[in-house]
Design a protein around this ligand. Structure first.
Ligand SMILES: CCCCCCCCCCCC(=O)SCCNC(=O)CCNC(=O)[C@H](O)C(C)(C)COP(=O)(O)OP(=O)(O)OC[C@H]1O[C@@H](n2cnc3c(N)ncnc32)[C@H](O)[C@@H]1OP(=O)(O)O
Length: 219
């Protein structure tokens, strides 16, 4: 499977690149929020657009030929910096930061105006996106990784924009299928529940799966 790239970086270089990625993506995330919520007049919009286009031209001076992919160090650490949920380099990602404990993986994340669906509420697709990654990464952390085959979400209550908590656990493993359950909650009350079936695809079975199983991803 292309897009998995071995790229050994020293801890210093890794820290340097992580800092750069987080800083530019953080600025663009702020720009997205400012764009959704701005009330300035046309002259200010025109000026802002000119500056944004100039910034885009600077970034375009040197670009990857395609997406970031998933990059490994030989120690098994993995970088998913372009990931739509975790990616520190991706301003569309909130970004979600995952915490893995022996029996549970969890995240707490602030979802602002850019993630709105119904008025003042988190978009259901955004919750599904976060659950997909959280449940999938939980399977991965437990060394039974897979691609999402099926994701079922039950939206029990509306989820207000703001701070949400996600939790996930591996329920059971059946051959190449890992069943993972999870929740989204706000102020201790569950607003959405999910079950995912994560399937180790044919192309990743055998020797290759050892690499996938050993690696632990970060955004
Ligand atoms: C490791 C790297 C990633 C590691 C990635 C970790 C990060 C995860 C988080 C990101 C999640 C994503 O966005 S993933 C992207 C979204 N998902 C995808 O694009 C997946 C697209 N679909 C596929 O690639 C494929 O259909 C797979 C991998 C799901 C299954 O194909 P396959 O590999 O050929 O599987 P196959 O041998 O036929 O079936 C194996 C068993 O699974 C069952 N099965 C097959 N499809 C499904 C299904 N959709 N839902 C339920 N069960 C299914 C079969 O009945 C069979 O059961 P039995 O007979 O054994 O009982």
């Amino acid at each position: 499977m292309s897009g998995y790239i071995q790229e050994d970086l020293s801890p210093e270089e890794l820290a340097h690149r992580a800092r750069l990625a987080s800083s530019i993506a953080g600025s663009v995330r702020d720009l997205i929020d400012a764009t959704v919520r701005t009330e300035v007049d046309e002259a200010d919009i025109d000026e802002a657009r000119r500056l944004i286009e100039a910034a885009t031209a600077i970034l375009r001076k040197d670009q990857l030929p395609g997406p970031f992919g998933i990059r490994f160090n030989t120690d098994g650490t993995k970088r998913s910096w372009g990931n739509a949920v975790l990616g520190r380099r991706n301003p569309i990602a909130p970004p979600v930061v995952l915490h893995h404990e022996p029996d549970v993986s969890w995240t707490e994340v602030e979802l602002g105006a850019a993630y709105e669906g119904p008025a003042g509420l988190v978009h259901g697709g955004v919750l599904a996106l976060i659950l997909d990654q959280l449940l999938g990464s939980t399977a991965e952390y437990q060394q039974v990784p897979g691609m999402t085959g099926t994701l079922t979400v039950r939206y029990r209550k509306a989820t207000p924009l703001g701070r949400i908590r996600g939790e996930a656990r591996v329920d059971r493993v059946d051959g190449v299928k890992t069943f993972v359950t999870g929740t989204i909650s706000v102020d201790g009350k569950v607003t959405a529940e999910a079950e995912g079936i994560f399937i180790l695809p044919k192309w990743a079975r055998g020797d290759k799966s050892d690499v996938l199983r050993r690696s632990v991803g970060e955004g």
